[in-house]
Design a protein around this ligand. Structure first.
Ligand SMILES: Cc1cc2nc3c(=O)[nH]c(=O)nc-3n(C[C@H](O)[C@H](O)[C@H](O)COP(=O)(O)O)c2cc1C
Length: 351
């Protein structure tokens, strides 16, 4: 019989490719307004968009967010994603590596560094930390030569999943002690329901290196799980979550380390706004999977277009570099502004 972790990954991919599983609500970046720099730097899309990620220079302020591995059919997807990441010198995330801890013969489905020298992010679920020793997790990262570990937290998805793991009781303590002992940088990420200021503050008291918003407004995991089992009546939480722009501002207001924005990042405008608000980079998941219908060529075309959009946006904003973007004045429209005020979020944080 097929391993449940491994076949679940395949089901997720098939649903993602064939059903409408995007949030109806937006990521709220439409309520972020940027004002061009005064001095005219350029009208050409020629900005230098290179930036640092985990202290290493990358070609653009974007990365391919965690998706897959763990089933033989996912190997080629990961390899295509890695080929495109290599071409543009951007980082790439692996999907949960739980399957390779449980079945070492599946490790090859994640082992893209065998072919491409890219910045690679390992991945495991926070609820899984109770089941594995730090040495097992380190070994899992060593085996794929990862550059950091992403720990995903996904309580809403687990609730919507009929076989979901609701054992989050010691999850935070497990995360805290893992970050203390492991020889890898740890990044905490959501999968599409966002991270709040309160959670970011708590993470700030640990040795965790960075946070990814994984905010609402893009791929909706509750919708994906409901397609897997429509008899599981969970429609009431379908639109639950903190929109990516709000989550980014909440995190940045209290957490002074590495922050990335993921969740419905679809256009150059989304990227430019997130970077201007202080994100170090932006993650993109679902559009990469869809672009893979045309293989690595499709992914490269998608990335090339996104990078071109980023450069045109920057030309309009008179920005020649990522530092220029981070110095832009911005305004926040309602309803986002109203929510941030009611939540007492400081919008004047250092970027
Ligand atoms: C098919 C698919 C599989 C995913 N698997 C994982 C995973 O294993 N681990 C994880 O941390 N996030 C996973 N994600 C979540 C993404 O990394 C990302 O946070 C989320 O999809 C929001 O980004 P998007 O709106 O650009 O898709 C997955 C996303 C997709 C579309």
């Amino acid at each position: 019989m097929a391993d449940p972790t491994s076949s679940r990954k395949l089901e997720h991919i098939n649903i993602s490719l064939n059903k409408d599983v995007q949030f109806k609500a937006t990521n709220q970046f439409e309520n972020v307004l940027l004002f061009p720099k005064k001095s005219k730097r350029t009208a050409q899309p020629e900005a230098d968009i290179s930036t640092l990620f985990l202290g290493k220079k990358t070609g653009a302020p974007i990365f391919i967010s965690a998706m897959t591995g763990g089933h033989e059919k996912t190997f080629q997807i990961n390899k295509n994603l890695a080929e495109a990441a290599d071409e543009f010198n951007i980082p790439m995330g692996l999907g949960s590596q739980r399957a390779m801890i449980e079945h070492s013969n599946l490790a090859y489905t994640y082992d893209v560094k065998k072919y491409y020298d890219i910045i690679l992010l390992g991945n495991i679920g926070i609820a899984q930390l109770a089941n594995y020793r730090p040495s097992q997790i380190e070994r899992m990262l060593d085996d794929v030569r990862a550059d950091a570990l992403c720990v995903h937290t996904n309580p809403a998805q687990e609730i919507a999943q009929p076989e979901g793991n609701l054992g989050f009781k010691n999850a935070f303590a497990n995360l805290k002690s893992l970050a203390e002992v492991i020889d890898y940088k740890v990044i905490v990420k959501e999968v599409g329901n966002g991270i709040s200021k309160e959670v970011a503050e708590k993470i700030g008291r640990t040795k965790v290196y960075g946070i990814d918003t994984g905010g609402a407004g893009g791929t909706n995991w509750i919708a994906i799980e409901l397609f897997r089992n429509s008899s599981h009546d969970m429609d009431f939480i379908k639109e639950w979550g903190i929109p990516t722009a709000q989550s980014l501002i909440e995190i940045k207001s209290v957490f002074k380390r590495f922050v990335t924005a993921t969740g419905g990042i679809r256009t150059g405008s989304d990227v430019v706004k997130a970077i201007a608000l202080g994100a170090d980079s932006c993650g993109i998941a679902m559009p990469m999977l869809k672009a893979n219908k045309n293989g690595s060529k499709g992914i490269k075309q998608h990335l090339a277009k996104l990078i071109e959009e980023i450069k045109y946006e920057m030309a309009l904003l008179n920005c020649a570099s990522i530092d220029d973007l981070k110095s832009l004045k911005f305004a926040i429209n309602d309803p986002l502004s109203n929510i941030l005020k009611q939540r007492n979020i400081n919008m004047h944080y250092s970027r």
